[in-house]
Design a protein around this ligand. Sequence first.
Ligand code: NDP
Ligand code: 8X3
Length: 248
Amino acid sequence: MLVFITGASSGFGAAIARKFVKENHQVILLARRADRLNALKQELGASCVQILANDVKDTDMIKVKLGDKIDQIDVLVNNAGLALGVESAELCNLEDWEQMIQTNILSLVKLTHLFIPFMVKRQNGHIINIGSIAGSYPYPGGNIYGATKAFVKQFSLNLRADFYNKNIRVTNIEPGLAMSEFSLVRFKGDIKKANQLYENANALKPEDIAESVFWAATLPQHININRIELMPTTQAPAALNVYKEEKS
Ligand code: NDP
Ligand code: 8X3
């Protein structure tokens, strides 16, 4: 299979690339950091057929750079994404909200829209989106990030509704707490806060997510996995909070 993976310069994306190559598949990798992609390409060898050092928002450039390969991609892994901040909504800055919407929703939609006609023509393809438990369970500070992942979940399910008779599979993978650069980005470079979050939590590893993606992608063609929700054993859906005012 030829697998196109966005957000492949770290975390889940890099682990997904390693997993597919280990199992003798070919990958095309996209992210903004060229140095990271080059290092990964060196590691993966010829099975990494192309790297695209691009912003995922630039769908036009991605289309140009992929050229004829657009027509040959069997699996699209929409993994590039981010959260910015954990503040309550009234304290959030609008640029952060826009960046999450642009990256997690709009770019994912535009890239998917680019690949759909080719997959439909071939009556073959698998779109694997990386959602999050934040798309199902609200938590304080999850405001826009969680809402972007709720979009990704419903978009995935609605695509399936359109593709059930076209042999195109769609899967939404919804991980919980997982160790990656995600929290460093979310806390805007505050490594202490990021480390604190993972400390003693026995969080999921990027390789765990890669296993789920690979499993869904390599099942027999007649099986579509709609959603996979996975959490570390140390995490569970939170209880509903009740705020009680202190009496003076
Ligand atoms: P990382 O921060 O380690 O990886 C994010 C990847 O996305 C990087 O490769 C980054 O590459 C890429 N990326 C971000 N913005 C852009 C952009 N504008 N253009 C191109 N690439 C971009 O985090 P994870 O591996 O954890 O995150 C991967 C996905 O998993 C995200 O969608 C995230 O929301 C989701 N997720 C993460 C969880 C977690 O706890 N870690 C849990 C559930 C879901 P570069 O900066 O080089 O462009
Ligand atoms: C990342 C998982 O719980 O931090 O999507 O939102 S969580």
